[in-house]
Design a protein around this ligand. Structure first.
Ligand SMILES: Cc1ncc(COP(=O)(O)O)c(C=O)c1O
Length: 397
């Protein structure tokens, strides 16, 4: 007799990604021949800059087709250390850096090597979908911090109030997915200080690090004095910044001891990110100005879209949306429309998907019922069509 569910308890408790579910709905509609306006996209709509591709190709031609050290190639770790030291005035050394397959694996490594069964992990709401699943998978408990009162910007006071004897870790993400909010650098330092004083570790997800719109300012936890790294682990990624989501390349920055543990874990799973991809990224960072210019060009585009899209959404009856300071998401409050017309934000999303073929991501997966995440990592033309369709759809109800 076959066992209907032979799978581990840990994997049975894990939920599939809600962002992927929305993307699948878009694919289904496309396959049925509909023109779909997809606002679920969690990645840049730009191609990887050509010179980065050329550097990766150079790596291949050099014969970099074999295993690298599990923590990453020397050139990769050195180039990241140099980049942070030059850009942020930090004093990072390569042994404090571990290469990972995207920011996601770095985050997994960091969580899995620091929490024990039964530990509490503080997670501000709304959160990126992966965090609570990994925490659960590791046998720890998610303790959520509500942040709506402070416009979704986590404060040190909120963290202080939430810490107990059982708290082992806080996970923060700024610029934030799904809200686009940016925690100011001085508040972030206060948050770190509160945690460190209580012996609580912090993982700070900086995967959207450079995607900040002035006057908001870029802040990296890696810019702080070395003592902070005793408790703080920065997770970084090339995915969004350089439009390289498919390359699967990222890194963590923290103290040497934590880095070693993460490398040990990774040596028994993915081993390391692709050799010639590490080389290509290292070379790209060695050409820092060229890389930063490429980022600036993309950021300019995102900013133009944001500056048009958000005010256009704000004009639609029943929608509330704040101007995001970073990343490329609008986090739209649809609670003003709930009642007779729509039972929930999920119902709104379902109806607009089927009737207007506009695909959105529901807030529930981010711990924020009543909200929808709309990505503006898509063309102005799509955004204009989206706004028109959303307006017509709401008016028709
Ligand atoms: C907040 C956040 N962190 C981390 C990641 C991981 O990105 P990657 O693994 O592609 O670097 C994502 C991707 O969507 C994200 O939105």
């Amino acid at each position: 007799m076959t066992n209907a569910n032979p799978f581990s308890e840990n994997i049975n408790k894990m939920k599939g990604s809600s962002t992927l579910k929305a993307a699948q709905a878009a694919t289904r509609l496309r396959e049925e021949g509909h023109k779909v306006i997809d606002l679920t996209v969690g990645e840049p709509d730009f191609d990887t800059p050509e010179f980065i591709k050329q550097f990766a190709w150079e790596g291949l031609q050099k014969g970099l087709t074999k295993y690298t050290p599990a923590g990453g190639m020397k050139i990769y770790r050195e180039s990241i250390a140099n980049f942070y030291n030059e850009e942020f005035g930090s004093n990072i050394v390569p042994n404090e850096i571990a290469a990972s397959c995207g920011g996601k694996q770095g985050l997994f490594n960091a969580i899995a090597t620091i929490v024990n069964q039964g530990d509490d992990v503080l997670l501000p709401k709304p959160y990126w979908v992966t965090f609570p699943e990994v925490v659960n998978f590791c046998g720890a408990r998610n303790v959520y911090i509500e942040t709506e009162e402070t416009d979704f910007i986590l404060t040190a006071d909120q963290v202080k109030e939430a810490i107990t004897d059982k708290t082992k870790l806080l996970i923060v993400n700024s610029p934030n997915n799904p809200t686009g909010c940016v925690i100011p650098g001085d508040e972030m330092i206060k948050i770190f200080d509160v945690c460190i004083e209580k012996g609580v570790y912090v993982i700070t997800d900086e995967c959207y690090l450079l995607f900040v719109y002035p006057p908001a300012e870029v802040f990296s936890g890696a810019s702080l004095p070395k003592e902070y790294l005793e408790y703080v682990c920065v997770a970084g990624s090339f995915s969004k910044t350089y439009a390289m989501t498919g390359w699967r390349i990222g890194y963590t920055i923290t103290n040497e001891a934590w880095t070693k543990q993460m490398i040990k874990l990774q040596s028994h799973s993915a081993t390391h990110p692709t050799s010639f991809v590490q080389y290509g990224c290292a070379k790209a960072l060695e050409h820092k100005e060229k890389s930063l210019n490429a980022v600036r060009e993309m950021l300019d585009q995102y900013q133009k879209r944001r500056d048009w899209f958000i005010p256009a959404l704000q004009e639609i009856e029943g929608l509330k949306v704040a101007m995001p300071e970073g990343a490329f998401y609008a986090f739209v409050d649809v609670r003003g429309l709930l009642g007779d017309r729509f039972k929930s934000s999920a119902d709104f999303g379902y109806q607009i998907l089927n009737e207007s073929h506009v695909v959105t991501t529901d807030g529930e997966g981010f711990g924020a019922d009543g909200f929808l995440r709309l990505s503006y990592a898509t063309s102005m033309e799509n955004l204009e069509t989206a706004v028109e369709k959303i307006r017509n759809f709401i008016n028709s109800k």
